[in-house]
Design a protein around this ligand. Structure first.
Ligand code: HEC
Ligand code: HEC
Length: 336
């Protein structure tokens, strides 16, 4: 038996083993998974200026009062069009420098509003500068601190052509012949705030899809019957925007269909349901919209048969009757 009192070697080895196991489980594995995320197709990288602004944001510890995470709960709906997913942080995960880790901008306290989408909500540079100089100048009851060290007071005559003068109201600053100008850091910080826009996922805005679906509907009307449907082509038109032509998806946003247990399941019910009803099972991926209304049974069968026989997947075809049967179940459940 392990005797921790007399055998100190056992004690050290056990404690060491538990330490390593826990670190792997709660720190190393999640970090490796995060490292694998990829950006959303339309996500923009930070420019050099915006990245400097991110560093000012971290240096001033704006995260103490501001989050950048939209949760999948009702009260968070005002902060973005969808819940945040790992891919949203792709471009901010770069290490700050040799000594400092990649910054964590998620934040945990919301004394002020969430800033995930502030670039869309407040695009004005002048507003941001004045707000940073003194938040009360624009929001009278604000409890946000002023950041006067991000600004300089200079003689009007000393203002250079490319200096950015901040339009401070007379009630806050009234010295004849003097002006407030924004420092380099203030301008970079505002560049960063304006960069903060939630990237729409393909399909967030249904218009993205309507062209493809309209085209499919037109072809459907023309050919009359569902003869000779090309599952591969339909997949490219409807599904590839998210799951990609390679079927590999985008880590952190859309799951891979290559090797997916749902896609390869000999019983195709879950697979068919995912397409008919949409799918939102995990928080580390976005939301899949339903396609039951837009696609016919034959079209869905063709797409799923394509998925089950591509990218190394190997499962039996899905027939139009399979889809029709599940569609009936779904409708029965809805009417109940
Ligand atoms: C002590 C908490 C606190 C700190 C620290 C803080 N803020 Fe704020 N912030 C607030 C509060 C409260 C508001 C809401 C009132 C307002 O608009 O001023 C706010 C509002 C904002 C807004 C406007 C948000 C909107 O939706 O209109 C921006 C932008 C902002 N802060 C940026 C920053 C930046 C950049 C920093 C760091 C330099 C920072 N804040 C530091 C508390 C804070
Ligand atoms: C707007 C983006 C988007 C489009 C378009 C889309 N999907 Fe998805 N799909 C997702 C997301 C996001 C998930 C994961 C949802 C979750 O787990 O929370 C998903 C999950 C799936 C899954 C489950 C995979 C697994 O292993 O978990 C299947 C199967 C699937 N989609 C098939 C399709 C098919 C077939 C189409 C085309 C008809 C399609 N998807 C179109 C976003 C999309």
């Amino acid at each position: 038996m392990l005797n921790f009192h007399k055998e100190h070697r056992n004690l050290v080895l056990t404690a060491g083993g538990v330490f390593i196991a826990l670190s792997t489980l709660i720190a190393i594995l999640p970090a490796v998974q995060m490292q694998r995320t990829e950006p959303i197709p339309d996500e923009k990288p930070l420019t050099a200026n915006e990245r400097e602004g991110l560093h000012v944001y971290v240096a001033e510890n704006c995260m103490a009062c501001h989050t950048q995470q939209v949760r999948n709960i009702e009260m968070d709906k005002v902060w973005g069009n969808r819940p945040s997913i790992p891919s949203d942080y792709y471009y901010s995960k770069k290490r700050m420098d040799f000594w400092r880790q990649s910054p964590s901008v998620l934040g945990s306290e919301r004394t002020g509003p969430d800033l995930t989408n502030i670039g869309n909500r407040q695009p004005s540079e002048d507003w941001h500068l004045l707000h940073l100089y003194n938040p009360r100048a624009v929001v009278s009851a604000s409890v946000m601190p002023s950041y006067p060290w991000l600004f300089r007071e200079v003689d009007s005559a000393a203002v250079r052509k490319d200096d950015k003068i901040v339009a401070v109201p007379k009630t806050l600053f009234d010295k004849p012949g003097r002006k407030i100008i924004a420092s380099y850091d203030a301008l970079r910080l505002v560049d960063y705030l304006k960069y903060l826009k939630q990237t729409p996922l393909p399909g967030d805005n249904n218009d993205d899809f309507i062209p493809a679906l309209k085209k499919i509907q037109a072809e459907r009307a023309e050919s009359g019957t569902a003869q000779g449907l090309d599952g591969g082509k339909l997949y490219s038109q409807v599904c590839a925007a998210c799951h990609q032509e390679t079927g590999k998806g985008i880590a952190g946003a859309f799951p891979p269909l290559a090797g997916s247990t749902i896609v390869n399941d000999p019983n195709s019910e879950t697979l068919i349901r995912v397409v008919l009803q949409g799918y939102d099972a995990r928080t580390d991926f976005g939301v899949m919209p339903p396609f039951g209304d837009q696609l016919t049974d034959a079209e869905i069968a063709a797409i799923l048969t394509h998925e089950r026989s591509s990218w190394g997947n190997d499962a039996a075809p899905v027939t139009e009757e399979d889809v029709a049967k599940i569609r009936q179940y779904v409708e029965m459940e809805l009417n109940k």
